[in-house]
Each structure stands twice: as C-alpha cells, then as structure tokens.
Write a protein that binds this ligand. Structure first.
Ligand code: NAD
Length: 476
C-alpha cells in the first residue's frame, strides 16, 4: 500500500494517525493518508506565516512567475502519473483526469503572467499639497480547502491566484481523495518554491475546522458542499476572515424546441453523465419544451444505455464508478425514492452487470415525469441522475430554472439569438452556457449565486480577493 506523508515547511511529515484511501473501482484500500493533528495544522500555518514575512511577499513578481511556470511544466510532464493517481483515488475516468492536469497547468501559467503586473495607483486629491498612492499587497496566509471530485483542477483555481499575488498557503484536500494533492506537493518541491510557501495537511473535516478557526490566517477559499460552506462561514465570521465559497448546484439545462436537436442531446448527456454526475455544474435538471419533450427524453435514454462503464484507468471507459460508499448509498437512495414522488425511471438505476459488481457503479439514470418542486429536482444528488422536466413557454422555463436554492451554472439551447440573450440575462446563476455545456476557460470567471456560494474563480478578477489595497497619503 502507498504510504503518504504531509508537506509542511518544505519537509515531509507523518502523523500519529492515518486512514486508508479506498479505490472505488474495486473497493480496495490502496493508500495510507495521514490525519493531521492540531499541532500539524498550527505548524503548517506558522510555516506559511514565516515564509510570507521572510521570503515570498518580498520575492519579485517575475521570480514568482518563473516558479509558477516551472510548476506548470512539471505538472504537464507528470500529467499521466498524476491522472493515474487521481483516477485510482476518486474513480474519475483517466481521459478526464488527464485533461484536468493540463487545464490546471494552464491555470498556473495564466496567473503567473499577472504576478509582475499587480500594482497600485497614484490618486489626485482635492488638496494639491498632498500626494496619495495605493499599494497592492498580498493578504498573507490563505487556507485552501478542496472537494474530492477534481482535486488538482479545483486547487489550481485557488493556488494560481494566491501564489501570483504573493501569498503563502495551507492546503487541505478532501479525505476522500488526498493522494493527487500530496503528489502535487512533490512537484512544488521540485519546482523550487521556498519552504513554507505551499503546505499540505490532510485529514477529515476536523482538520478543516481547525484550520478555519485559526486566528492566524488571512483568507479562506473553499470548494465543497453548501452545508460545509455554512460551517466554514461561521468560523470565518468569528475572526472576520474573508471567504470565497464555491458550493453545490442543481443546474438547469433548458432546451427550446428550435434547438439543434442532436447537439442539445449530446450537450445534455455530457452535462450530466461526465464524471458520473459528480460535478458541481452538472446539468441535473433538463427543462425541455413540450413539443420535443418525449423525443428528447427517449434519445437521451437510448444514448445513456450505450455509455461504456468500466475501469477508470482504461482509456475506452466512458463512465467510472461513483467515488465512495457514502456517495453510492446516497445516490441509490435518491433514485429508489423517485417513483414514490410520482416520477418515472426511463433508464438506469442499480447495476446488474456482474463485471462491475466489485465497484461503486451506478447506471446513467434518466427520470421523466419530474416536476420541478419534487425533491429529486430540488436537492443536489451529485450522481449520474438526470431529471427531465417539461415546459411550455419561455417565461415558465425561466421561473422553473430560478426556482432553486442554488445558482451555479445553467445551459440554454436555442437557434433564436434574441431568445438566447433574453434568457441568459434572466437566469440567476454564475454561468450561462448557450449551445454548449461544461466548457471552461482560464479567462472566464466561474462561481455561484444564492446557496452555490460567492466570489469568483478563474479570470483576472479572481486574483483581486488575494490582494488588499493599502492607501499611503503624504503631506508634502
Ligand atoms: P464536503 O463539503 O463534504 O467537503 C469538502 C471539503 O471540506 C473536504 O476537504 C472536507 O474534509 C472539508 N470539510 C468537511 N467538514 C469541514 C468543516 N466542518 N470545516 C472545514 N472543512 C470541512 O464536499 P465534498 O463531498 O468533498 O464535495 C462535494 C460537494 O462539493 C458538492 O456539493 C459539489 O457541488 C461541491 N463542489 C463545488 C464546486 C464549485 O466549484 N462550486 C466544485 C466541486 C465540488
């Protein structure tokens, strides 16, 4: 079994306690991960604080960029190994984890290019005898907590801007998939970052709680469930620590009758079944205009039945298992309770293929006769489960799309340009995709509204919350 250590102050450290990481494809324990103690957490924060004061904040932007670009190179060179580790840990297909490593490298390069371009302004005041200017400074020590579904990609959204702006960090990946982040720390070390600039502690929610309660941190950036976000929000408010929250979703994907049918079918399928439905942006509510409702549901179900499930490490696999036992039980329970609510299972549910019995496999599932008020259409399932919901008029689709506590992503499929813009403007969500879904770019801001969180990641503006403005006023 692979034995991992944590990365604190440039050194590798074990902990008194550890836990096993389970491969969801065969339910076998494959790695041993340390459970950080309070002392480990304190040491990691101290190391970050010392590195911030002594080195990193005074390291010129150009030098920070050089190290970040080196890290991006290493991530690309080691993409195959990193993808193998992540797919073994969380069951995501290797095709997808490989792409995510390359995307993460792109994020580090994107933010590296801003590292020497963060500066203040001179400000003309009413009194000409005064000179006023601002300094753009890093915030200090930042805690980065991530979910298990895309550890390296989610981390890049946070670590890229944090490092470029001159901050030092303590990272805590999910206890469900920590290995790729610990492998990544080896690349940080190889790239030559000074000790303490990047620290990784591992463990469960207690470790996250301990980190976010600390009075010695300056910012938190969190990706995970809304309920955990609430707890972190409470901790952060005690010490007035600023917070970025990337939380859950129940995203509407709206298909109008005038849409390019085949393109919309492909988009709906990719929107929900990629990563076995375990993406925050999953287009889990497919709102379809009545004239094409049945045809669309049937077409999706037919395609869903052909999705090849299997070993996530096999290049030809199209859908892997869900990530863990808890996920498996939760999703199956959601599927098995839908008929009591009045919805119908068009395809999917429990896997019957004995070749897949050893893993946490769930078939791509399509539900019809779903009403938007049903539990299955309101709660985040975080699994391969699509609710297909009919609508008649544009206004009705918009009302239904917005009838959710979440507001992360959305999709609109139409060939009517005016309608596309009109609907995009009225949807309460951080992202609206038109005639595409799940497309991401380093430049395009990403984040949620309502219970999907606040703050934005990616794009230039996402670097600003990792900085603070100091005003300097001089009586000349
Ligand atoms: P989770 O909230 O259970 O865990 C996320 C992280 O928080 C883990 O590292 C966990 O150890 C830590 N944690 C747990 N309890 C904590 C506490 N009390 N204090 C501090 N940290 C604590 O989420 P998950 O199951 O890992 O991920 C699935 C959720 O993440 C879904 O809701 C999904 O929509 C969301 N997600 C959101 C985005 C986004 O960008 N908006 C991206 C990916 C996943």
């Amino acid at each position: 079994m692979e034995k991992y250590q944590m990365f604190i102050n440039g050194e590798w450290r074990s902990s008194g306690e550890s836990f096993e990481s389970i491969n969801p494809y065969n339910r076998e324990a494959w790695a041993l991960i340390p459970q950080a103690s309070e002392k480990d957490v304190e040491d990691a924060i101290d190391a970050a604080r010392t590195a911030f004061k002594k080195t990193w904040r005074n390291t010129p932007g150009l030098q920070r960029a050089k190290l970040m670009n080196k890290l991006a190179d290493l991530l690309e060179q080691n993409a195959a190994h990193m993808a193998l580790i992540e797919s073994t840990d969380n069951g995501k297909i290797i095709k997808e984890t490989s792409k995510q490593m390359v995307f993460a490298a792109r994020m580090y390069r994107f933010y590296a290019s801003y590292a020497d371009k963060l500066y203040g302004q001179t400000i003309p005041l009413d009194n000409p005898n005064f000179f006023d200017y601002t300094l753009c400074e890093p915030v200090g020590v930042v805690v980065l907590i991530t979910a298990w579904n895309s550890p390296i990609q989610l981390l890049a959204n946070k670590l890229g801007p944090a490092l470029a702006a001159g901050n030092c960090v303590v990272i805590k990946p999910s206890e469900q998939a920590s290995a790729s982040t610990l492998e990544f720390a080896k690349l940080v070390q190889e790239a030559g970052f000074p000790p303490g600039v990047v620290n990784v502690v591992t463990g469960d929610g207690k470790v996250g709680d301990c980190l976010t309660r600390s009075t010695q941190i300056d910012k938190i950036s969190f990706t995970g469930g809304s309920q955990t976000g609430r707890l972190i929000g409470k901790n952060a408010s005690q010490n007035f620590v600023p917070l970025t929250l990337e939380l859950g979703g129940k995203s509407p994907n709206i298909v109008f009758a005038d849409a390019d049918f085949n393109k919309a079918v492909a988009g709906a399928i990719a929107g929900i079944f990629a990563s076995s439905g375990q993406t925050c942006i999953a287009g889990s509510r497919l709102l379809v205009q009545r004239p094409i409702y049945e045809k669309m549901a049937e077409a999706i179900a037919e395609r869903a039945k052909t999705i090849k499930m299997g070993n996530p490490l096999d290049e030809s696999t199209q859908m892997g298992p869900v990530a863990n036992e808890m996920q498996y039980q939760r999703i199956m329970q959601a599927i098995e309770s839908v008929e009591a609510e009045g919805a119908k299972i068009l395809c999917g549910g429990r896997v019957t293929d004995s070749a897949l019995a050893s893993g946490y496999f769930i078939q791509p599932t399509v539900l019809v006769d779903v009403a938007n008020c049903m539990k299955v259409a309101q709660e985040e399932i975080f699994g391969p489960v699509l609710s297909v919901i009919p609508f008649d008029e544009e206004d009705e689709a918009i009302t239904m799309a917005n009838d959710s506590v979440y507001g992360l992503a959305s999709g609109v499929w139409t060939t009517n340009l005016s309608r596309a813009h009109r609907v995009a403007k009225q949807i309460d969500a951080g992202t609206v995709w038109i005639n595409t879904y799940r497309t991401s770019a380093a430049q395009a801001p990403f984040g949620g509204v309502k219970q999907s969180g606040y703050g934005r990641e990616r794009g230039f503006h996402a670097i600003l919350p990792y900085t603070r403005t100091k005003n300097v006023m001089i009586d000349m």
